[in-house]
Design a protein around this ligand. Structure first.
Ligand SMILES: [Zn+2]
Length: 151
């Protein structure tokens, strides 16, 4: 659902809320508090997102590249350097990445929680594995293989 809303640019980041004249205490990114919160900032440019993205690439043995916009992020799994049999998995991991950032952003605003990179990195593996396990019709791969991206 979040991926679909991202594609349509319908995620209620603070810049979008401001356009709708919703009163806000600030338009700053609640994770870094350094820049205006836009979809591109939150999911791509924020230092927190940047660190989590690098972690994702390292986990999936992918070269250090960075999508320049949300459309590129959501179609990243189609790139040539990702072997075809792993593309669906990379797509699932990228959607998990988006969900985790959105959840951390909301926890920061609504529950006053400090963003934790360690939590996000662990959650990226466990949440994507849970989604894989619940969506796959084949017997699911072992957790250790998933953690090593070795399948
Ligand atoms: Zn930020």
């Amino acid at each position: 659902m979040l991926g679909w809303r991202l594609e349509l640019n319908r995620v209620p980041t603070r810049d979008q809320l401001q356009l709708r004249q919703i009163p806000l205490p600030s338009t700053c990114c609640p994770i870094c508090n350094c820049h205006e919160e836009t979809v591109n900032h939150l999911f791509l440019q924020c230092s927190f997102a940047d660190s989590l993205w690098k972690h994702l690439l390292q986990w999936c043995n992918l070269p250090l590249t960075k999508p320049s916009n949300i459309r590129d992020l959501l179609s990243f799994h189609k790139d040539q350097f990702i072997v075809p049999r792993k593309r669906k998995h990379v797509n699932l991991i990228i959607l998990s990445y988006c969900w985790i950032i959105w959840k951390i952003r909301n926890d920061s605003i609504f529950s006053n929680k400090n963003p934790s990179f360690r939590f996000a990195a662990k959650e990226l593996k466990s949440l994507s594995y849970l989604w894989l396990k619940n969506r796959s019709q084949k017997p699911c791969m072992e957790w250790s293989k998933w953690c090593n991206f070795n399948f």
